[in-house]
Write a protein that binds this ligand. Structure first.
Ligand code: KIV
Length: 263
C-alpha cells in the first residue's frame, strides 16, 4: 500500500519510527522502497554525490525535476519528497512555479531549507495543496553563510531560535520537519513542542524518523564520512539486505547510537 502523509502521521501516533533514504535514480528507488524505506528523499545532495560539487549550491531546478522523474519510475509505494534547490524559492512566484515543477515530476512533498523567513511561504503553499517539509539546523544551501558544515543550535540564542522556528513552521502548516546536525538534547526538547512527524540526521534518536544519504549508507564515499553516518552494507552482501538492515535499525531505535550523535 502506498505511503502517504496520513500513514506517517498514524505511525507517529502509534510510536512506530519510519525510515527515509535519499534516492536519485529509478533502480535504487525501486530497491530501497521494496526493502521497506517509507520515504525517498530526492535530495539536492545529488550535487555532491552525483555531480561532484563541493556543495548543493550549484544544483538547479531542472536537475531536481529530472531526478524526481527517475525516482518516480522506480518507486514501489514510498512517499517521494524532493528538495527545492538553492534560490528556487527566493520569491513567492518562483516558489509556486518551482513547487509545481517538482510535483508534476512526481514529488508528493517538497522540502525547503530555512527558518522564520519561510513561514509565509509554508502557509501559502499549504493553502494551495503543496505539503511542505521544513529543513532546519544545518541547512547545507547556507554553507557559505555558516562558513562550513557545522553543528547548529549549540549556543542559547541559536537554541531559542530553532525552537521558535519549529513551532512557527508547524503553525504555518508544515507537514514534516527535518533537523540536520543539532545536539540530541535540543532535538529532544523540540520533540516535546511539535506534533507533526520529525526526521533527523545527526540529531540523535528521539525523532520519529531518520534519513541518510544513499551513498553514505552504502559506504560509497570518497571523503571521511560524517559522524552521523553508518555504513549498512558492512556485513551484508547486497544492497537490498543493507536497506532492510537500515529500516530495521531505524525502527528498533538502534540507529543512531550515541556515537552518531552530537551532545
Ligand atoms: O539533500 C539531502 O540529501 C538532504 C539530507 C541530507 C537531509 O537534505
Amino acid at each position: 500500500m502506498a505511503i502517504t502523509l496520513s500513514t506517517l502521521n498514524k505511525m507517529k501516533q502509534q510510536g512506530e519510527k519510519f525510515a527515509v533514504l535519499t534516492a536519485y535514480d529509478s533502480t535504487f528507488a525501486h530497491l530501497a522502497s521494496a526493502a521497506g524505506v517509507e520515504v525517498l528523499l530526492v535530495g539536492d545532495s545529488l550535487g555532491n554525490v552525483l555531480q561532484g560539487h563541493d556543495s548543493t549550491v550549484p544544483v538547479t531546478l531542472a536537475d531536481m525535476v529530472y531526478h524526481t522523474q527517475c525516482v518516480k519510475r522506480g518507486n514501489q509505494g514510498a512517499l517521494i519528497m524532493s528538495d527545492l534547490p538553492f534560490m528556487s524559492y527566493a520569491t513567492e512566484e518562483q516558489t509556486f512555479e518551482s513547487c509545481a515543477a517538482l510535483m508534476r515530476a512526481g514529488a508528493h512533498v517538497v522540502k525547503l531549507e530555512g527558518g522564520a523567513w519561510l513561514t509565509e511561504s509554508v502557509r501559502k503553499l499549504t493553502e494551495r495543496g503543496v505539503p511542505v517539509c521544513v529543513h532546519l539546523g544545518l541547512t547545507p544551501q547556507s554553507v557559505n553563510k555558516f562558513g562550513g558544515y557545522k553543528v547548529q543550535g549549540r549556543d542559547p540564542a541559536e537554541r531559542k531560535a530553532l525552537i521558535e522556528d519549529s513551532i512557527a513552521a508547524e503553525k504555518a502548516g508544515a507537514a514534516i520537519l527535518l533537523y540536520e546536525c543539532i545536539p540530541s538534547d535540543l532535538m529532544q526538547e523540540i520533540m516535546g513542542k511539535v506534533s507533526i512527524p520529525v526526521i533527523g540526521i545527526g540529531a540523535g534518536n528521539s525523532t520519529d524518523a531518520q534519513v541518510l544519504v544513499l551513498h553514505d549508507m552504502l559506504g560509497a564515499t570518497t571523503r571521511k564520512p560524517a559522524k552521523f553516518v553508518k555504513n549498512f552494507l558492512t556485513g551484508h552482501d547486497n544492497f537490498q539486505a543493507a536497506f532492510a538492515a537500515y529500516v530495521k535499525a531505524v525502527k528498533d531505535g538502534s540507529f543512531p547510537g550515541p556515537e552518531h550523535s552530537f551532545e
